[in-house]
Write a protein that binds this ligand. Structure first.
Ligand SMILES: *Cc1c(COP(=O)(O)O)cnc(C)c1O
Length: 232
């Protein structure tokens, strides 16, 4: 994660707009741990958050939070004789004046209803569980021979690489791609890949409300089995 305090200081000094891409991470600020790590996020002018990630809601439920809503109206409001007038002072919100869409889905309902039904604590607790699970997985991976944690979890994402002695460079990348495919082929967990400092790494992202300790235990079993197969 970027250092929001430092960025906010810079933007204050230079009179710049500060936007944070909190699509994945933003909602972790509901948790104590996340709030500490995301310190300074509240100083941004705008923040993207994805309820379809951090609130576990259906895809297509993205959001942007703006400190100054008028800035959105300045960017997006359109006038045409056939568009009904909107009085910003009326207390109502006309989303067609605040974004690129005129006819639009009522996406807010998908966020409002689960929050009303379950309360914010249910989401807070579930996010805290994901942070804890990511830390536990990281601890377990550290103890597997030939496995190196190459990105510690800042929130609920981490990355590791299998690094058997004597294998380097592209051979190591290929080995890790094979490890990733074989873990996923076991069909119990789904991991993805990424590149860190030019080298392929296997990425774990814990962010489903259905992912609990037992699923990660299954996943670790598969990781260990595949790693011992390829390093034999
Ligand atoms: C997921 C993600 C996006 C893309 O958001 P969509 O909602 O999938 O369009 C952008 N930035 C970050 C950091 C993300 O995690």
């Amino acid at each position: 994660m970027d250092d929001f305090e430092a960025l906010a200081d810079l933007c204050d000094r230079e009179d710049l707009w500060l936007h944070a891409d909190g699509a994945y991470g933003g909602f972790f600020s509901l948790t104590d741990d996340g709030r500490e790590k995301l310190s300074g996020l509240d100083r941004c002018d705008s923040i993207t958050v994805d309820p379809h990630k951090g609130l576990f809601l259906p895809y297509g439920t993205g959001a942007v939070l703006m400190r100054d809503g008028d800035a959105l109206a300045r960017a997006h409001s359109v006038e045409a004789d056939y568009i009904p007038d909107w009085e910003p002072e009326s207390g109502t919100v006309d989303f067609s004046q605040l974004g690129p869409e005129l006819s639009r889905d009522f996406r807010g309902l998908r966020v409002w209803l689960p929050l009303k039904m379950h309360g914010i604590d249910a989401f807070r607790d579930t996010l805290a569980e994901k942070l804890e699970l990511a830390n536990q997985v990281a601890d377990c991976l550290r103890n597997i021979d030939d496995v190196k944690l190459v990105a510690e979890p800042q929130l609920s994402i981490l990355a590791f690489r299998v690094e058997p002695e004597g294998i380097e460079g592209e051979d190591l990348d290929e080995l890790n791609q094979r490890v990733l495919e074989e873990i996923n082929a076991r069909n119990r967990i789904y991991l993805s890949g990424t590149t860190l400092n030019g080298r392929f790494a296997i990425r774990i992202c814990v962010l489903s409300f259905r992912t609990h300790r037992e699923h990660l235990a299954d996943g670790l079993e598969d990781i260990e089995a595949v790693v011992s197969e390829v390093t034999e």
